[in-house]
Design a protein around this ligand. Sequence first.
Ligand code: CAO
Length: 432
Amino acid sequence: MSDIIELKIPDIGNVAEVEVIEVSIQPGDVVEIEQSLLVMETDKASMELPAIAAGTIQDVSVKVGDKVSEGTIIATLLMSAAEENDSSEEPVKINEADESKEKVVTEKKQGVAAAPKNEASAVEETEVNNNTAHAAPGVRRFARELGADLSQIQSGSGRKGRILKADVKSFVKQALSTKKVSHNVGSGIPALPVIDFSLFGEIEEKPLTKIKRLTGKRLSCNWLNLPMVTQHEEADITEMEAFRKALNIEQVAAKQIKVTPLAFIIKAVLAAMKVYPQFNSSLSPDGERLIYKKYFNIGIAVDTPNGLVVPVIKDADQQSILELVDSMRTLSAKAREGKLLASDMQGGCFTISSLGGIGGTGFTPIVNAPEVAILGVAKAAMKPIWNGKDFDPKLMLPLDLTYDHRVIDGADGARFVVTIAKYLQDVRRLLL
Ligand code: CAO
């Protein structure tokens, strides 16, 4: 008696021919009994062909696209020793495999794979519903065993996007290496699909810096917790810039200090915060009270090679323009050298994010909670401004104020940013 058996297509009911849509074996594969060897498809159903014996595949004689019918030899198998003994009386049972066939036929209409009778108890299944995925029953079963949600695999690598076992494996591998963002847990927010980008081309993975990871969590938390509105304004800083340039000629000559527009913007923000104290407040944790601060600490977003940090200028209202320039210079140098202490970044009341040195016409910054507002500053540009008779060339500075709408009303948001613009338009007002 030979220990090599032929694996044949069993009785497939009233269908003359079916198309092979997936071949899961190749020569040399060791297969277990019941393991899916191939998948066939008719107009109405897809069928899996399970192995009726365990052993090693010797030869595969069908390929995807072939039409097969009852009796077609699909492979030869060298049976393993145990199987040989068990199967000595009935070497090939495919054509008696009505029971197996019943198990694997999937009515497309229902999209439900009939599982082997003992499977539910043998496998601890997850709640994942994979029934409608474009995948063979065995692949769906495999996914269920691993707890993989096939609906998250956008397209499989099989014919017509069919999901194969290899796709499930790479999906699970990717999911295991991707930590779920903690804010998604229990928040009711659906998780983003996990995509294996390597399916589409070459990729390279690099870990995020610690700063980026921390900032990312904080920004996501703020974004999800605060109802934010951004109010836009433009400040005419033509005169302020003329003054700043004149100042810089003296300062550079005397002290090597360069005054940038940001020092004036900090001054203007501080003055506006004194007029509108709700911008220097925080909501109590129960959301019932406003905590007003009597100190004025201003956070400045600083771009560093490792990511965004926000050092805080303490008691900024006690500092002159030149002292503010000095504080900024010290803190931003410390930030870029990675030498900021935790205390340098604590106690902020209001944050300014200035991208004006880089460019852009405006953006929508995210409030640095528990602060209630943030001012974004974009690049100043010369614009023709109508004076009632003519257009005057004016240097206009875009300001973007984002506020927590639970604390700040829209009208106050507009008043606050208009006040900042007024101070910047005529910096002499800052003396009042
Ligand atoms: N419009 C036009 N020019 C501007 C400007 C503006 N709004 N703001 C600054 N500039 C000019 C400055 O005058 C300076 O010009 P010169 O070199 O000719 O003197 C140049 O841009 C560079 O300024 P700077 O960026 O070095 O200095 P700054 O005081 O404006 O900003 C700092 C300091 C630390 C805030 C800045 O370097 C920085 O890191 N900005 C990025 C902040 C960031 O990443 N924010 C994003 C947070 S996401 O919400």
